[in-house]
Design a protein around this ligand. Structure first.
Ligand code: PBG
Length: 327
């Protein structure tokens, strides 16, 4: 048969397939989330996230040495405080859990890039992402606390802050506060498009941050909405975000592509706890091949336009890239 185009020609050998590969990945694009908790001498596996741990600051080496050894160059820090209160005061305490973890990590691992998650839900007694007014989160009063949190994290050694609260105006509030205090070169990675998602279930168990009443639909986005995602992204560009994030990843890659095409900021996407837990559960039952699924999920995020990929599989992916299985 006479065919002008035979796309299969470019699939005839492994070498050629690699040569014409469209999506190239690199370890420097990976970010690994880490949970630090108050207390001493504890490292606990998180039941809903097998293979992921909560650790106290004095034992961070057990978690971070393998990260550094894998070639992953950046971590996203979360804190689990012993004390929670109405105003989440441990979020912005000079000696809060994340601040202590940042100080020690900066000293021990000067090459590691430290990103601090900025939010209140792990620190408030009610588990919402800000201070309450009645049963609602008070947007504007929360902004000051978020800015104070970001500032204390940067002063403790954070190289970048990543607000995940979804309050209106938080990027501007944080930017102004950092600038006023001499940190105008510290970038902000905004969780610009963050959906109210059941995919965060295992994280909330890990961080003890499930809301004690209601849900987060009053601030996180409705997952039916596309144009609103663009609105949120563009607002954060205007407010001074340096990197935009779409979260979760797997079910929202259409938006990664759309926002990537519409803005000129680097794009991040967060493959969240529920994505990890689903893969682990299915693989644990022998229902799918974990390594291959992890590679496909990562490649699809980058193919959709992500420049940065936050994932609990970061160390494994770095290994796959090293071996040339993907990338
Ligand atoms: C804090 C925050 C959450 C996640 C990241 N930052 C939880 C939430 O919004 O309830 C989820 C991360 C994950 O599921 O892996 N607001």
């Amino acid at each position: 048969m006479e065919l002008t185009y035979r796309p299969r020609r470019l699939r005839t050998s492994a070498q050629l397939r690699k040569m014409v590969r469209e999506t190239r990945m690199d370890k420097s694009s990976l970010i690994y989330p880490v949970f630090f908790m108050d207390g001493t001498d504890r490292v606990e596996e998180i039941p809903s996230l097998p293979g992921q741990y909560r650790c106290t600051v004095d034992r961070m080496e057990e978690i971070l040495d393998p990260v550094v050894a894998s070639g992953v160059g950046s971590i996203l820090l979360f804190g689990i405080p012993e004390e929670k209160d109405e105003k989440g005061s441990q979020a912005y305490a000079e000696n809060g859990i994340v601040q202590r973890a940042l100080r020690k990590a900066k000293e021990k691992y000067p090459e590691l890039f430290l990103i601090a998650d900025v939010c209140m839900c792990e620190y408030t007694s009610h588990g919402h992402c800000g201070v309450l007014c009645g049963h609602d989160v008070d947007n504007d009063r929360t902004l000051d606390l978020l800015a104070a949190t970001a500032l204390s994290q940067v002063e403790a050694g954070a190289d970048m802050v990543a607000p995940s609260d979804m309050m209106d105006g938080r990027i501007r509030a944080i930017r102004e506060c950092l600038d006023r205090n001499g940190h105008s070169s510290t970038p902000i990675m905004s969780y610009a498009v963050k959906f109210a998602s059941a995919f965060y279930g295992p994280f909330r168990e890990a961080a003890g941050s499930a809301p004690s009443f209601g849900d987060r639909q009053g601030y996180q986005m409705d997952y039916h909405n596309r144009r609103e995602a663009m609105k949120e992204a563009l607002l954060d560009v205007e407010e001074g975000a340096d990197i935009l994030m779409v979260k979760p990843a797997m079910s929202f890659l259409d938006l990664v592509r759309e926002i990537k095409d519409a803005t000129d900021l680097p794009m991040a996407t967060y493959s969240v706890s529920g994505e990890y837990a689903m893969v682990k559960a299915a693989a644990g039952n022998g229902w799918l091949d974990e390594d291959r699924i992890v590679c496909e999920m990562a490649a699809s995020a980058f193919r959709a336009g992500a420049d940065l990929y936050i994932t609990y599989f970061a160390k494994e992916l770095a290994g796959f890239m090293e071996e040339g299985r993907i990338g």
